[in-house]
Structures are given as C-alpha cells and as structure tokens.
Design a protein around this ligand. Structure first.
Ligand code: BGC
Length: 581
C-alpha cells in the first residue's frame, strides 16, 4: 500500500537514546495534552512532564499575538527546565486559517475549497495558515479534516472537502504539504482527522455508528489517509464514531494494524477531546493512541490509569515506548529541540494583504453558479441594486463555525469584509440595504438576496440530532425574502451561505440566478468580484445537490449507493459566464 516515508537512522538513534533515559512518568507525561488554562498550572507542565498544550474554545492566551506567544513561551520554559528538557508542542484548531485568533486571515471552509478543486490554492492557503498559526505561538494544527461526508445532516460536512474520495485525497495531499512545508522548520505539524468513518455515520450523527463494510471503508474512506501518509503527515486524530460496534479510539485493528502496520504511518495518533474517560481508558492506549487530549478533568485519571496499567502488565511497556517514539520523532522533525520558541518576526504577517488576496481568490473560485436565467449575471455597475438579508452584512454569519469561537460568531469580526461591502465597491449607484427583507424599495433592477445557515460546529449542527437546531431546508423567515422580491417582479440573485447543500428546489425555481457560496470566511468581497464579472465562476459542486427532504429517508443522502435517488444537480455541476449554459 502506501510507501514508507523517509527514515533517518541518526534521528531514530537520537530518539532511542532519549527514550532509554526516560522514567515511566516522563513517558506518560509526553503522551499528555492539556489546555493552557484549567487543566494545569504552569508549574504542573514541569511536574507532570506534559508533552503538548492545546488552545481551542475558552479563555484566550492573551490580548494580542505578542501576549499569546509570551504565554506559550512561559509554558515552554517550564518544559525545557525539566531533567530532559523535551519541548512542548502547541496545537490549535486552525481549520480555515488561524480561526481562533481574531484578525487572522480566514479562508473558506474546506467544502468551498472542494468546490474550487485547486490543489495549488489549497497548498497556499495551508501555508498561510501555518504562518499565522506560528505567529500566534502554535506549531501543530488539527487540520485537514479528510472525512467523506455521506449525509448532509452531519453537522461537520463543511469541514471536509467533498463527498468524492479522489478529490478529497488530492486536496489532502496539497493541504499536508502546504501546512508542513515538507518537514521543514518553516511548517507546522498537520493532522488528518477523524480516523475513520466520522462523516459516514448512519443518518449523519456526529460520533454515531458507522456501519459500512470493511471493503467500503477501505475503498471510500481510506484513500485520503493514504495520501496524507505519503505526503508525510505528522499526526492523525481518532474519531468519535464507532465502527464494527467498537469506538474508533479503541479499534486496534484499524489504528495499530492498518494505520501503523500496513500503511506504515510513523507519526502521532492523537485522541480527540477527553477520549480517555469516554472510550474505555486504557483500551485506547492498547489500541494505539499515542497522545491523549487529557482535558476537562481527565489528566490525573489518565496519567494514573496508564501508570497502573503498565505496572500491572495490562499495558505493555513497548506500547508506551511506541507512543513516545512517535511524539519525539515529530518534535525532532519539526525542529522543536532547536527552535522551541515562537518567532516574533511572524507577528507582522497576521492578516496581511498578500494573505487576504489568496483567501479572496479562494472565495472567488469556490462559488458555484447553479442557475443564471437570461444572463442576469454578471451584474452591471450601473444596475440599481438592493441587497437583502442579515447575512449580507455580517462577517460572522458568512464564516460558519470555528471562527473566532468554536460555534462561530453572529457578529462582525476584526478586519473581515462583508458581502455588502464588496458589492458597494462595484456599483455606481447607492446600494440599498434591506436587512429584514421587508422594505418596500422602489426603482431597483435587481435584488441580491443573501440567505443561509447560522454558524454551528460539531454536533450542534447535526440535523435531527441531539440539539436539533438546524434543518435541511432554508428557515422560513428567509424563504420569505425570496418570495417577497420575486412576487414584486424584481429580478433576484440568491446567494446561499451554508455548510452543506440544502434542499432549495423551490427557491432555486423562484430565483433568476442562484449561487452556492458555502462559508467564504473573512474576504466577503471576493463574491462581488465574480457577481460583477471581474472574474468568471469556476466552482463545481463538491457534493451532489439534493432535490427533496424525502431523499434522506435512508441512512445516507442522495447519490450514495442508492441509484434510485437522482440529485437536483450532480457532483461536479457548475455554470460559468464563458459557456453560458
Ligand atoms: C473535535 C476535533 C477538535 C478537538 C479539539 C473535538 O471536539 O472533534 O475536531 O480538533 O475537539 O478542539
């Protein structure tokens, strides 16, 4: 199967020498990942021999990038002051840019990059994410998500590139290389996640059960991981779902035998959130998990549990050595022993125009034109335009989950541009803005109506799941915007902001032009550049587009094994100005 990545005998020797000096406590410490607040005090980094620190939701490490860096440097000093001085690695959920830092460049979520289907662009976006992550003190990102979503009800569809395995594998490669800089000291460790079956659970339930056959898993879900391993991925995160009725974290056959054995993955298998107490404690270590997110009260349970397991023989010591070897290997490969502290000169690169230009290109290329009757698009500079809906002038709403906060934000955020601001740059007339969709505007040629889903992340976004906050159709109050303008005979261009294809058959029918814009991120003005014809549409559907809610009666969405369901638009569909379809 996948070829082994380069092994360096000198490096391997260095690692073995270090392991030979380590006590059991030091080894277990290396396997521990904690948050920078709550889970530990700075001194405990030293006394508990912590291997990694994570920042995600919760108190910020500081008020600006310099403060973030110095907070992490302070923790790093603790680690370096231990007997063996092994540096920490700092991980972050930078899944579309360094999205935990307000003011960073925010790219379209992966579903948009799947629509753009441009590996070179994905590589550039990942390289910029690496720079801005390093500038805020990190050297490890929990990205890319390489799931193959098989049901649009899943709340994480947008974190993945596409329902198509080949496209996902191709973009995964580009993403890994972009993030990691080919093992260079310039890159950050990337993480392919969530291994395996996260997007293929029955009915799209986050962390649910995946009931595919082994052949289907190997054929449809595994190739992106093979691509990631061939590109030298540093880590792979285990998934919350079960497979074969076994929690993936405890699935020894897939983690140890397949991933590490057959596929020769030599990096870190990292657990997901609080996995130790959730998925069978030492079972996950014996299955092959190397580093554990020992957060939210799990740290002592984990450290003591593993220690007792080794002492009573239920965890073989060579399993612990394998885990530590993998962690140290990446710390050496990424130059952490030589350069443990963040580079202050990178701070000036956060959100710079060059980075935003790439994000804007990504926005432009991600837009999929589904309908353009009577060539209503491109818009003319002389058109009298009304822009409709709260999503049109809100950078938080246009960016989705994992933006500033875990669940995203419903507010404008620093240095981002909204869709309305972009449109204003192009028009010669004053643009009217009907935020509530109820104004009786007159003398307009065209209404640009922006509708879609409010931000969500993880299980919050599941449809019909635990939270049940979302639906497969457009919320009714937004459907009314389209109906109201169409009724008045005003031409309508509908822009859909969403993390997945929604059932919009009737709204597409009602509108004159329809654009799937996914979750574009901070550069909302990329949309106007295409609407006004400065650039052509390039995006192609990364998912087949459903026709009706009925299509979801089975386990999966349209086009998955059930050939009797015909999507409204197939995978790969997308119009442009040039071909004037
Ligand atoms: C998510 C991961 C994420 C981790 C750390 C989990 O809840 O499933 O994708 O990387 O949290 O924040």
């Amino acid at each position: 199967m996948a070829k082994n990545i380069t092994t360096d005998p000198d490096l391997e020797q260095k690692i073995e020498n270090l392991i030979a000096q380590m006590t059991l406590e030091e080894k277990i410490g290396q396997m521990s990942q904690v948050r920078h607040f709550d889970d530990i005090s700075p001194e405990e980094i030293k006394t508990k021999f912590i291997g990694s620190v994570i920042h995600t939701q919760g108190p910020l490490p500081g008020n600006n990038a310099a403060e973030w860096q110095s907070k992490f440097s302070e923790l790093q000093k603790q680690a370096l002051s231990t007997r063996l001085g092994i540096p920490l690695i700092f991980g972050v959920d930078a899944v579309h840019g360094q999205n935990t830092y307000e003011g960073a460049t925010i790219f379209p979520h992966n579903i948009g990059l799947g629509a753009a289907a441009n590996p070179e662009l994905v590589e550039k976006a990942a390289a910029i994410t690496a720079i801005e992550s390093k500038a805020t003190g990190f050297n490890w990102v929990f990205s890319p998500c390489v799931a193959i979503p098989m049901n649009e009800k899943w709340g994480r569809v947008y974190e993945a590139f596409s329902e198509n395995t080949e496209l996902t594998a191709e973009l995964t490669k580009a993403s890994v290389i972009g993030h990691q800089g080919k093992f260079g000291n310039s890159g950050v460790l990337a993480t392919a996640k969530h291994f395996i079956g996260d997007g293929a659970t029955d009915f799209g339930v986050e962390g649910g059960s995946t009931t595919l056959s082994r052949e289907e898993v190997l054929e449809r879900l595994l190739p992106p991981y093979q691509a990631a391993i061939e590109s030298g991925i540093a880590s792979i995160m285990a998934s919350f779902n079960t497979l074969d009725g076994i929690p993936m974290h405890a699935h020894k056959a897939l983690i140890s035998d397949l991933l590490k054995g057959e596929l020769k993955f030599d990096g870190i298998v990292v657990s997901d959130w609080k996995a130790y107490s959730r998925f069978g404690q030492n079972d996950i270590i014996n299955a092959g998990i190397d580093m554990v997110m020992a957060v939210d009260g799990d740290l002592d349970l984990f450290q003591e549990g593993v220690r007792n397991g080794v002492l009573d023989g239920s965890i073989p010591e060579n399993r612990i050595n394998d885990a530590v070897r993998r962690i140290l290997r990446q710390k050496f490969r990424f130059g952490l022993f030589d350069h443990p502290f963040p580079d202050k000169t990178l701070i000036g690169k956060i959100g710079i125009p060059e980075h935003r230009a790439v994000a804007r290109q990504a926005v432009r290329e991600s837009l999929v034109l589904l309908k353009n009757e009577n060539h209503i698009l491109p818009l003319k500079r002389t058109s009298r335009i009304v822009v409709v809906g709260p999503m049109a002038d809100n950078s938080g709403l246009q960016s989705g989950g994992w933006t500033v906060n875990w669940q995203g934000t419903t507010e404008n955020y620093k240095d981002a541009t909204t869709i309305l601001e972009g449109i204003k740059k192009f028009t010669l007339h004053e643009v009217r803005y009907d935020r509530e969709g109820t104004a009786e505007v007159e003398n307009v040629d065209v209404a640009v109506i922006v509708v879609g889903e409010n931000p969500y992340a993880e299980f919050f976004g599941d449809i019909g799941g635990e939270m049940n906050l979302f639906q497969l159709t457009l919320p009714e109050e937004q459907q009314k915007f389209i109906t109201a303008y169409a009724k008045r005979g005003i031409k309508t261009v509908v822009i859909l902001i969403s993390g997945r294809p929604l059932v919009m058959t009737q709204q597409i029918e009602q509108s004159d032009a329809f654009v799937a814009a996914w979750l574009p991120g901070s550069e909302g003005d990329g949309i106007a550049e295409v609407l006004f014809g400065q650039f052509d549409f390039k995006g192609k559907l990364p998912h087949s587009w459903p026709k009706s809610v009925e299509d979801y009666k089975g386990k999966y969405g349209p086009n998955f094994w059930d050939n009797s369901i015909e999507p409204l638009y197939p995978f790969g569909f997308g119009l442009n100005y040039h071909n004037k379809l």
